[in-house]
Design a protein around this ligand. Structure first.
Ligand code: BGC
Length: 628
């Protein structure tokens, strides 16, 4: 029998003071029980709890042997075949190994379900967070997080490495789309809503004591991951991702810290450290920020998890030094991710040598056990089949469609080109992104970097256009924009999609349209009475010089598997309502450009479209004259 106590009848005192949310998320744990458990744990058990291993590195039996506390499926790592049943079999087998340890402490098994459970084939893939910021409806965000948690539960996973609370400053960064936006207040609101949705109570526990979290979110990446300077990254050919943040402390506190405060108030019990550094000191070894500020000042009672191999960079070439510095700085669980024998033996020796105190180890384990207790894993650690019907359920698909509809931003709309009429005789659609679920979903979809192609279930933009164009309309599609007929079309939709990317692989010096995209726009403009451009991208792109090539411009973000819902808005079934959650640069010379460095700028120095821009029906945007 598992030794972790059931809290069902004895939730002695609220662990977190959740203010107004106390009634909604009563996270309780019995600290005395954790004390009792800690007293029974050998140092090896404790160090095992602090170890988070990528599942493909695990040798059979080693979870039991090393008392491993956490497992993750890294980006792009899914069981074969990629079905809910295999995910369940995989998570169950790992959990059985954990339950076979003398203290039977269940595992935390994590995954990056950052826009739906995107690594499960045929799951509901929601738009990325930037689209949630554009829709700016916290109830929608909460519902997306809840739906994602349900699809994760259907595969035996309780721990999500989401949401990102990044405040991106530079459109060239490869992780802009993982953020809700660049406005601190907006990110704080949506981060908290996301956590409320993911961590809501299980329905069967809605009243009384013993309430448990539905799943565990992770506020990441603490702190300033979006604030690093271009060219400051030393990872491979990354430029900005994992780089150095040079802001002063007042700026860090004003812009980047508030979302973490809000996340803790909303019940966050897991925070991931950032790969980046602050003024040259890696966050993974930053005791002041991790321990004094996060755990001390903000009162964070959960655990700090390191990012993928993130501690290694704390002291390059000196693994022991890196482990000692990171754990002493406040890292509680280490995403090793592969060489767990080396990690566990290094930390064990460091404790024996007195380089890391037992008190620090006990504190780290206490924090991890709190999260496990809050999840109620001691009652049910093995996957249940209860949630199976939630995968791609009609409710989740409907929710995904709503987010797509609400997130589209109308950038320009000359002569009321949009909405399109449903009875146009000839409509042409162009661009590879118009008919490709991979392109419309972006990174973190089946693969870390995402991939073009229809590898998971969904409906493309072209599907949506075909469904709504009307019976009398001929819809022609060509990826290249070359059509055999010479007839002029009544309207054209050109879809320009960024090739998928994730993290620093997506750092781009040049975010302007490429020559093929420009040629496509020219070709389409020449053969259409009305030309609409739909941008599918994780960030703003430089379009000033091309604005005249179309009548209407729409920012579609990365709409996910239900991209067909874009058509609902293009045809006016649902009105445009999204607003930019980031400033849209006018030129490369302005970068980095954001709310925080552009206030007061006017004319050609101002953003092309400011934060909050988003036209409504009948509105047209008036351009600043010629800018060089
Ligand atoms: C990313 C994290 C992610 C982790 C696990 C890292 O590369 O920075 O955001 O949670 O991988 O997949």
């Amino acid at each position: 029998m598992p030794v972790l106590p059931s809290l069902a009848s004895r939730c002695l005192r609220p662990l977190l003071t959740l203010g107004l949310l106390a009634a909604a998320i009563p996270v309780c744990a019995d600290e005395a029980r954790i004390d009792a458990l800690l007293a029974r744990m050998a140092l090896e058990d404790k160090i095992g709890q602090m170890t988070l291993v990528e599942r493909s590195s695990l040798r059979p039996g080693d979870i039991t042997r090393y008392r491993i506390g956490g497992v993750l499926n890294g980006a792009g790592d899914a069981p074969e075949p990629n079905s809910a049943a295999s995910w369940r079999a995989m998570t169950a087998a790992f959990q059985q190994e954990a339950l076979a340890t003398p203290l039977a402490i269940p595992l935390l098994h994590g995954v990056d379900a950052v826009h739906g459970h995107g690594h499960l084939k045929d799951a509901t893939v929601f738009p990325h967070n930037i689209a949630l910021g554009a829709a700016d409806d916290v109830e929608l965000t909460e519902a997306v997080a809840r739906a994602t948690a349900e699809e994760m539960l259907a595969t035996g996973l309780w721990w999500n490495f989401a949401p990102a609370l990044s405040i991106p400053r530079d459109a060239r960064w490869g992780r802009v789309y993982e953020a809700f936006g660049e406005d601190t207040e907006l990110v704080a609101r949506h981060g908290a809503a996301w956590l409320r949705g993911a961590q809501r109570l299980r329905p069967d526990d809605q009243a009384g004591e013993g309430q448990q979290l539905l799943s565990l979110g992770t506020a990441k990446h603490f702190i300033g991951d979006g604030a690093t300077a271009w060219g400051s990254s030393t990872t491979g050919d990354f430029q900005i991702d994992r780089g150095d943040m040079r802001d002063d402390e007042a700026t860090l506190r004003r812009i980047d810290l508030p979302p973490y405060r809000a996340a803790i108030e909303a019940g966050a019990l897991s925070v991931m450290a950032s790969f980046s550094s602050w003024q040259g000191v890696p966050l993974h070894g930053h005791r002041y920020l991790l321990t004094d500020v996060l755990k001390g000042e903000l009162g964070f009672k959960g655990f700090v998890v390191s990012d993928w191999g993130g501690i290694d960079a704390v002291r390059p070439g000196d693994y022991r030094g890196a482990v000692v510095t990171a754990v002493n700085a406040g890292v509680d669980m280490v995403m090793v991710p592969a060489d767990y024998p080396q990690f566990t033996s290094t930390l064990l020796q460091a404790v024996r040598d007195g380089a890391v105190s037992e008190a620090r180890i006990d504190d780290a384990v206490r924090r991890i056990l709190r999260a496990k207790l809050a999840l109620g894993l001691q009652q049910q650690a093995l996957p249940s089949t209860d949630w199976q019907a939630s995968i791609r359920s009609p409710q989740h698909l409907n929710l995904a469609r709503q987010v797509v509809q609400r997130s589209l931003v109308l950038l320009q709309n000359r002569e009321q080109t949009l909405p399109l009429a449903q009875n146009l005789p000839l409509l042409r659609v162009a661009g590879p992104g118009a008919d490709d679920i991979g392109l419309q979903s972006g990174g973190w979809t089946l693969e870390w970097q995402g991939q073009p192609g229809n590898h998971t279930a969904g409906a493309t933009i072209l599907d949506g256009v075909r469904a709504l164009a009307g019976n009398a309309t001929t819809v022609e599609y060509s990826a290249s924009g070359e059509f055999t007929a010479t007839t002029r079309a009544d309207a054209c939709i050109s879809v320009l999609a960024e090739a998928p990317y994730a993290e620093g692989v997506g750092d781009r010096a040049d975010i302007s349209l490429n020559p093929e995209e420009i040629a496509l726009l020219q070709r389409m403009q020449a053969q259409c009475a009305r030309h609409v451009v739909l941008l599918l991208a994780g960030r703003p792109r430089l379009i000033s010089a091309q604005l005249g090539l179309a009548d209407a411009w729409v920012m579609g973000w990365l709409p996910g598997s239900e991209g067909a819902a874009v058509a609902d808005v293009l045809f006016g079934v649902v009105p445009f309502s999204g607003r930019l959650p980031v400033s849209w640069p006018r030129s490369a010379g302005q970068l980095p450009l954001n709310l925080h460095n552009s206030s007061g700028k006017t004319g050609c120095d101002a953003p092309l479209f400011p934060l909050g821009h988003g036209l409504r029906a009948g509105q047209q945007w008036l351009a600043t004259g010629e800018c060089r």
